[in-house]
Write a protein that binds this ligand. Structure first.
Ligand SMILES: [Zn+2]
Length: 301
C-alpha cells in the first residue's frame, strides 16, 4: 500500500515537472551548457545559435573537455593548449558567452567515472536547462567519449547521492546532440533547426579567431596553408571563410523540410545558413511548445 502511495506521489511530481525547467520562472534567462571535445568543436556547431541566445540575455557556456594539445601539425603540448585556450576565450568575447577549457590531454579522453563526475558537476553548477554535445558515434575517439559522458550524465544530474558535494538539478535538462555525417548505427536526425543568417558574420568571425585550427589547418595542416606573402595570406583567409560558409549553408539545404516546419515555407525557403540538433532520448523530452520557449527565434518579426 505504502509503495502504491509512493508511486502515485512520484507520478504526480513527474507530471508537475513536465514543462518546467531549471530557469524557474518564464522570464528567467535560459541556461545552456555545451560540451565539445576540443577547443573549436562547440564553436563550429553552435556559435550561431549561441550568439542568438546571448543577444536575448540567455546564459551560454562552452566547455572544451580536452585542452587540444595535439591539435596542430607543427606545435604541441602546453604551449598549444595555452594558445587554443586563448583562441576560444577570444571567440567567447565575440559571442558574448562564457568558455572553459578542461586540462585533459587531447586524443586521450576516456568515458571514465571520474570524467563523468566532472561533467555532472559542471551541468549542475551551471543549473542547465539545455545541455549539448557530440553524438556517441562521431568519428573522433574524443568526440565519442564526450558523447558517452554527456549521455551518462543525462540522468545522473538529478540523482542526489551521485556527487553529493554538488546539489542535484530539480529538473532534468533537455539534452541535444550536434549534427554529424555518420550513419552507423544510425544517422543524425535533425529535430531542431535554427536559421543563423542574422549571425552568420559573427560565426565566420569565430572561425577566423581560431587560426591554429582553420587558417593553419590544425592537426592535418602543413606549411602549405601558411603563405608568407600578403596576397597568399588574403587568399587563404578568404578560402577558409568561403569553405565554412558553404558548410553552414549545406545544413540549411539538407534540413529544408524541417526549417519549413519551424518557420513556415515562405520564411524557411529564404534561410541560407543553419545549425541543427537532435534531441536525446535520455534527458527531458520537450514538446513543440517547450522547444519554442527554449529556442525563442521562430516567431516572425
Ligand atoms: Zn574535435
Amino acid at each position: 500500500m505504502r509503495k502504491r502511495v509512493a508511486l502515485i506521489l512520484c507520478a504526480a511530481i513527474g507530471l508537475l515537472a513536465i514543462g518546467i525547467s531549471n530557469a524557474s520562472a518564464q522570464n528567467q534567462p535560459l541556461r545552456i551548457i555545451a560540451f565539445g571535445a576540443h577547443p573549436d568543436d562547440n564553436e563550429l556547431r553552435l556559435a550561431g545559435t549561441a550568439a542568438k541566445w546571448a543577444a536575448l540575455g540567455h546564459q551560454v557556456k562552452f566547455v572544451s573537455v580536452t585542452n587540444g594539445d595535439i591539435g596542430h601539425w607543427r606545435e604541441a603540448g602546453g604551449p598549444l593548449a595555452r594558445r587554443r585556450t586563448a583562441e576560444v576565450q577570444e571567440t567567447a568575447k565575440i559571442l558574448g558567452i562564457t568558455a572553459q577549457v578542461l586540462d585533459l590531454h587531447d586524443g586521450e579522453l576516456e568515458p571514465t567515472l571520474e570524467n563523468r563526475r566532472t561533467i555532472v558537476r559542471l551541468i549542475r553548477d551551471w543549473k542547465a536547462d539545455i545541455v549539448l554535445g557530440h553524438r556517441p558515434n562521431d568519428y573522433h575517439p574524443d568526440h565519442r567519449a564526450v558523447g558517452q559522458l554527456v549521455q551518462d550524465a543525462s540522468y545522473m544530474v538529478t540523482v542526489p547521492f551521485f556527487c553529493p558535494d554538488t546539489p542535484p538539478l530539480a529538473h532534468n535538462p533537455v539534452f541535444l546532440s550536434y549534427e554529424d555525417n555518420f550513419t552507423r548505427p544510425n544517422p543524425f536526425r535533425a529535430d531542431i533547426v535554427v536559421s543563423i543568417d542574422d549571425v552568420l558574420d559573427k560565426k565566420l568571425a569565430v572561425v577566423e579567431a581560431l587560426p591554429s585550427q582553420f587558417y593553419e589547418g590544425g592537426a592535418n595542416g602543413g606549411p602549405q596553408f601558411v603563405p608568407s606573402d600578403e596576397a597568399g595570406k588574403a587568399k587563404r583567409r578568404n578560402d577558409v571563410r568561403e569553405s565554412f560558409k558553404r558548410r553552414f549553408m549545406a545544413t540549411a539545404t539538407e534540413f529544408r523540410d524541417k526549417l519549413r516546419e519551424y518557420y513556415g515555407p515562405e520564411r524557411a525557403d529564404k534561410v541560407q545558413a543553419a545549425e541543427a540538433f537532435e534531441i536525446s532520448e535520455y534527458g527531458r523530452k520537450p514538446n513543440a511548445e517547450e522547444i519554442k520557449r527554449l529556442f525563442p527565434f521562430y516567431a516572425a518579426r
